[in-house]
Write a protein that binds this ligand. Structure first.
Ligand SMILES: NC(=O)c1ccc[n+]([C@@H]2O[C@H](COP(=O)([O-])OP(=O)(O)OC[C@H]3O[C@@H](n4cnc5c(N)ncnc54)[C@H](O)[C@@H]3O)[C@@H](O)[C@H]2O)c1
Length: 596
């Protein structure tokens, strides 16, 4: 029989603590909510009231239930109020000495049979537990932000945590409607170990002016379907907390440079820019604690006029190539009203591409997303050719041929001879340096990258790559074209992986390393990222869809260009590729897909 918890204590009512109080009280458990001072207690009370009022306003909580919820919470200053609770969860700032002091005090104040839990994200639960005389009753219960919303809880057992305590806490999580994964005490557990390298990398991109905050966040939301961009997420977590987590992970997790907090973070914390809780972090918020972003001096002026600033007029577009990307891109331009010249290597290929575009447009008609008239108009805008000479009068060329530098360079040299002056020449490469392609022409200022995502007609994101030779006008033109296509164009520098792949693949590779180290199972890791971070797919699901060979190739490129030791491809990934387990396309990758 699992132990019954009727009263729990929560220590620290900040970003996490206030949410944890709400989780317990919503589930009929009495809570003693403790803070260090009267003003801090008031802030915690206000956070709880704000959250439950919002739930009422959204119709997710009845007024009577809200009142009952508040009646279950008893607020107090100081730990003495916790003398008779069944379990305590500590959620004070991420400092080991502070947590150890609190646990020593809790050990003295609480009933001998009470379970003492920490919500730490990165500190050693074991080190916290030895500050008490009952380390076997100490456990990690790691909630995710916002606690009332996120389904996941990581239950962290140390080598001395008693199995009964683990079982009781697992049963408690189930009662709270949470899904738990139970794991050993390792820095960052599952989710943060995979999340924070990525977040820190994104901050580094921002710090080095590689891309704007809006573009970094839009890239990850629109390119990967994440619920928030990394910089907005840092603001939600709190920059002080994020700094401490990174710092601890760096020291505990093998001094991986990717966890060494980017210097900008420390500066922001020192300057009091802590994120949402202080009203300003990477973004500015309506007021401290508010989720609403307000414009500030860094907000881009996103009007059509600003986009068109310096942009050249584009009416006719050439698309070179006959693969999946070229086909999708032809459709996208034709649907948006551009005149399109498709160039392939022969009439047969042109006929194939034409068929694919027709099939795709017809699907749009069947699904009611496109009228027959619009379909016919789009098709009539496309002309089919097998020679580059037909690109003499286009305003923009989009190249989507095979991913080989020699081929692309030869093509750009030809385009340079054929195309009229002032044309923007774009490559869709996902891994080659755009500058290499640009230098094959006599007009590198007019060359950009336009990295579409697959399937191009559906994915809302395009990465616009500006090399060190790209002119502001060419970049403005590329961005204006993206807007005219109904896509979000994000501008970034010319580095391996651009924004999305550079941030995504090291995370996937880290997940493989975690599996390889037998820290957790593929199922638990997938669960943790979906339920703890709101990702649409777990890393192993995504790897099987993308293809392990493709993922390995991208990861190798990143490693070769950036020489970051932490980017070295996981040996397990290499072995699976060698064995021919490439994911869904071979019916076996990390999972067996032969019966699905
Ligand atoms: N922020 C997140 O997204 C997140 C997610 C999961 C876990 N965590 C972990 O939760 C813990 C709390 O983080 P946070 O972001 O909520 O921090 P926070 O700074 O928002 O809140 C900490 C609270 O603890 C209070 N406090 C400080 N000393 C105290 C004491 N001696 N007694 C009682 N209260 C005291 C502070 O007044 C403050 O209200 C950390 O261990 C963190 O790693 C954070």
């Amino acid at each position: 029989m699992a132990r019954e918890f009727t009263t729990v204590g929560v220590v620290g009512l900040g970003t996490m603590g206030a949410g944890i109080v709400e989780v317990f009280a919503r589930n009929g458990i009495d809570v003693v909510a403790v803070e260090i001072s009267a003003p801090a207690l008031e802030r915690g009370r206000a956070t709880l009231a704000g959250s439950t009022d919002r739930a009422v306003a959204k119709g997710k909580l009845a007024e009577a239930d809200r009142d009952a919820l508040h009646d279950r919470v008893h607020f107090a200053v100081g730990l003495d109020a916790l003398h008779s609770v069944d379990l305590v969860i500590e959620a004070v700032p991420e400092h080991l000495d502070l947590k150890q002091r609190i646990f020593a005090e809790l050990d003295r104040v609480c009933r001998p049979d009470a379970i003492l839990a920490t919500n730490t994200s990165s500190l050693s639960v074991t080190e916290i537990s030895v500050a008490t005389t009952r380390p076997n009753q100490v456990i990690g219960i790691h909630f995710f932000n916002p606690a009332p919303v996120m389904k996941l809880v990581e239950v962290v057992r140390t080598v001395v945590t008693s199995p009964e305590v683990v079982a009781d806490v697992e049963a408690l999580c189930a009662r709270l409607g949470k899904v738990d994964v139970t794991i050993n005490d390792r820095a960052g557990f599952i989710a943060n170990a995979l999340l924070f390298g990525y977040l820190n990398h994104a901050v580094g991109m921002f710090e080095s002016h590689y891309a704007t905050r809006e573009d970094i966040d839009a890239a990850m939301k629109l390119g990967c379907g994440l619920p928030m961009g990394p910089l907005a997420l840092m603001d939600l977590i709190g920059l002080d907390t994020a700094y401490e987590i990174l710092d601890t992970m760096y020291r505990r997790g093998g001094r991986d440079r990717r966890h060494a907090p980017v210097p900008l973070l420390k500066q922001m914390v020192t300057a009091g820019l802590l994120g949402r809780k202080s009203g300003r972090g990477f973004y500015t918020y309506e007021r401290p604690g508010s989720p609403k972003v307000v414009p500030d001096e860094a907000t881009p002026v996103a009007t059509e006029a600003a986009l068109a600033d310096g942009a050249r007029a584009i009416a006719k577009v050439g698309v070179v190539g006959s693969g999946t990307m070229a086909t999708g891109i032809i459709e996208v331009f034709a649907k948006a009203g551009y005149e399109v010249v498709s160039v392939t290597r022969g009439a047969e290929k042109s006929a194939m591409v034409c068929e694919s575009v027709k099939t795709s447009l017809n699907k749009g008609v069947v699904r009611g997303k496109l009228s027959e008239t619009d379909r016919d108009a789009a098709l009539s805008r496309i002309s089919w050719s097998a020679t580059l000479d037909h690109l003499a009068d286009v305003d923009l060329v989009v190249e989507a041929v095979v991913e080989e530098l020699s081929v692309k360079k030869a093509l750009f040299a030809s385009l340079d001879e054929i195309c009229k002056p002032g044309v923007v020449l774009a490559t869709t490469t996902s891994s080659l340096p755009v500058i290499d392609v640009a230098m094959a022409t006599q007009r590198p200022a007019d060359v950009v990258g336009l990295h579409f995502f697959n399937p191009a007609p559906i994915m809302p994101l395009v990465e616009v790559i500006r090399t060190i030779r790209t002119s502001p006008e060419a970049a403005a033109t590329a961005r204006a074209v993206c807007a005219a296509l109904g896509k979000t164009g994000v501008v970034c520098g010319d580095r391996s992986g651009f924004i999305v792949n550079a941030l995504l693949f090291p995370y996937l590779n880290d997940a493989v390393k975690m599996l390889e180290a037998s820290y957790s199972t593929a199922d638990d890791i997938d669960h943790a990222m979906k339920l703890g971070c709101g990702y649409p797919m777990g890393p192993f699901e995504l790897l099987d869809v993308v293809g392990l060979d493709v993922s390995l190739a991208i990861q190798r490129e990143l490693y070769l260009e950036l020489r970051e030791p932490g980017f070295a491809p996981a040996p397990l990934l290499e072995h699976l590729v060698t064995a021919g387990y490439l994911g869904r396309k071979t019916r076996r990758g990390f999972r067996d897909h032969s019966h699905r």
